[in-house]
Design a protein around this ligand. Structure first.
Ligand SMILES: [Zn+2]
Length: 295
């Protein structure tokens, strides 16, 4: 018995299968990128995906029916639809804001004044520091740089505070783990109270008996990143309406809840023990850029 002769070139079959799989892959990709509710782009993406699947199905049907040439054309259409889906996703990626700050809910509070040009003058209050104190002061300088690296801000160190100096008074303290800042942002200029920076930690675990100066420096650094965030105008996350009630209970005194977003991983969130390391999270970077722009 003679074998049935293929009705056409096997290359057509292979091309059809390849194009059909491209169409199917594109459709799957398009469907995977859908979110709810559907935006205009996504409605188009859904329609293209469904059309690509229909074409792939039709191409297989035509193949089975022996109509290879027609199947090839239909599979080509499926691949074209997949290309359209890819184009849509590229357009969407390019349209996404390059600066994460612009798409975020504002972290700035209405009554907080920011530093013009992002320049915050600071001076040092309190008795002169010993050698170790000066090394810890350098850790505060590192904390300043951490903010300066990610946003258009600059701490202008004026040295020791003098009467009438227009600068935020920073004061090293040795008796509080989480000293409170008198206010936020430029309003600090008018405050007689200093911004206290912890240089010793009576009860913070891991920092209490930091005989190792490197450990103590890390603790001072983490604490300073938080306090300097206040100097720049960032509030404590614990005041957010969305903050965990157990977290709010940690705050001293009665504080009205603020209409600010809650960033669990923020260095401004004292409820998360890891904030003490002063590692700026993506949220922190987005927040500070939403106030001052990129570095
Ligand atoms: Zn705070």
């Amino acid at each position: 018995m003679a074998r049935p002769k293929p009705s056409s070139n096997p290359a057509v079959l292979i091309a059809t299968l390849l194009l059909a799989s491209v169409g199917l892959g594109g459709a799957a990709y398009g469907l995977a990128n859908l979110a709810s509710p559907l935006s205009g782009d996504q409605q188009l993406s859904l329609a293209l995906s469904v059309a690509a699947i229909a074409c792939v199905t039709a191409a297989f049907g035509l193949l089975l029916g022996g109509k290879r040439q027609t199947a090839l054309v239909v599979a080509l259409l499926a691949a074209a639809l997949a290309a359209g889906l890819d184009f849509l996703s590229v357009v969407k990626r390019e349209a996404a804001p390059a600066n994460v700050a612009t798409a975020r809910p504002p972290m700035q509070l209405p009554n907080v004044e920011l530093w013009p040009g992002g320049v915050a003058p600071v001076c040092w209050s309190g008795p002169p520091l010993n050698e170790e104190g000066m090394r810890l002061q350098a850790a505060v300088g590192e904390a300043e740089k951490a903010w300066e690296r990610v946003a258009a801000v600059k701490f202008q160190d004026m040295g020791a505070c003098k009467a009438g100096m227009a600068a935020v008074k920073l004061e090293p303290v040795f008796n509080a783990d989480n000293p409170e800042t008198p206010t936020l942002g430029k309003g600090l200029l008018g405050q007689a109270d200093t911004v206290k920076l912890a240089f010793a930690f009576p009860s913070r675990s891991g920092c209490t008996r930091a005989e190792d100066e490197e450990v103590l420096k890390t603790c001072v650094y983490g604490s300073a990143v938080h306090e300097l965030g206040h100097v720049l105008g960032l509030p404590d996350d614990a005041y957010s309406q969305a903050a965990d009630p157990a977290c709010k209970a940690l705050l001293r005194g009665d504080h009205a809840a603020l209409a600010i977003p809650y960033r669990p991983a923020s260095v401004m969130n004292v409820c998360d023990p890891s904030h003490a390391f002063g590692r700026l999270s993506d949220d922190d970077i987005g927040d500070i850029r939403s106030l001052y722009g990129k570095a």
